[in-house]
Design a protein around this ligand. Structure first.
Ligand SMILES: [Fe+2]
Ligand SMILES: [Fe+2]
Length: 275
């Protein structure tokens, strides 16, 4: 399967940047964030193995043969782009967080593992939607700046691989929430855990990273329409996990997380001075 979904080839990339200073000034925080989050795929795989000690064949093939190789290459390409415009290497967080460890400790109970993987699918779907939206907006910004090489050979090829990732998580989430796998108490538990632990991708409960996500949201122009953004990334779980609340566009915790990120960014400012 991996052969049908190869990573973006390194020699297809043109790292030419017309105006490195402008790119650095405007998008250092955005590039650093995107590169770091892509490189954190290593951590995601560790988390996955923690919460899903017995992955299904479909899950295993997806993360081992398709997803991991593509994401790590996204991260390596973006990190090289950063290096070329004078930014330091990204520092991905590779340690598994406490909540995941706790869930992992219970995941040898099959019914808990089903709850854990449900959350994993929703996390994946939300993350991949955030990636698609971010790369779309970034591609438009690059177009306006005339940075054709980066747009055509880096951001667009990366962007094209993200919807496939989203589709995998969406299908998995649809299946587990509708095929009778989950009893009502498991759905209830999944909603509780999601409410308490929802985070935007790569923020890790750390104000520094939340601020950086706020910067990404702001620099890519989403802060003017946070509710639209919340709908885009929260609609799937509103429909599947919160189906009993008819007509919910997104769960409230999605918008809360977005607002918090933007607020923390306003307090702390750009990520660049910390680089
Ligand atoms: Fe990616
Ligand atoms: Fe992805």
């Amino acid at each position: 399967m991996g052969e049908e979904h190869p990573p973006v080839p390194w020699d297809s990339v043109d790292f030419t940047v017309g105006d490195p200073t402008a790119m650095r000034t405007r998008f250092a925080g955005v590039l650093d964030y995107l590169a770091r989050v892509e490189l954190e795929v290593e951590r995601n795989v560790l988390e996955l193995l923690t919460i899903m000690p017995n992955p299904s064949e479909a899950d295993r093939v997806f993360y081992a043969d398709v997803w991991y190789g593509q994401e790590i290459q996204h991260g390596l390409i973006l990190d090289e782009l950063k290096r070329r415009i004078g930014l330091p290497e990204s520092e991905p967080l590779l340690q598994v967080g406490f909540a995941v460890k706790a869930l992992g400790a219970m995941a040898h109970f099959e019914q808990i593992q089903d709850v854990a993987r449900t959350i994993y699918y929703f996390t994946g779907a939300s993350t991949e939607r955030q990636a698609v939206l971010a790369y779309n907006a970034f591609a438009s910004e690059l177009d306006a700046m005339g940075e054709k090489a980066v747009r055509e050979t880096i951001i667009n090829p990366i962007k094209r691989q993200e919807p496939g990732h989203f589709a995998f998580y969406r299908m998995s989430a649809e299946k587990v929430t509708t095929d009778g796998t989950l009893k009502p108490w498991q759905m209830w538990l999944a909603r509780k855990l999601r409410t308490f632990s929802y985070e935007l991708v790569g923020t890790h409960n750390d104000p520094r990273y939340q601020a950086q996500m706020g910067e990404v949201i702001t620099k890519l122009g989403f802060e003017r329409e946070l509710e639209v953004f919340a709908k885009e990334i929260g609609r799937l779980e509103a429909n599947l996990l919160w189906a009993q609340r008819n007509g919910l566009d997104f769960p409230p915790y999605v918008l809360r997380a977005l607002r918090e990120a933007v607020d923390v960014y306003r307090e702390r400012g750009d990520f660049t001075p910390t680089l």
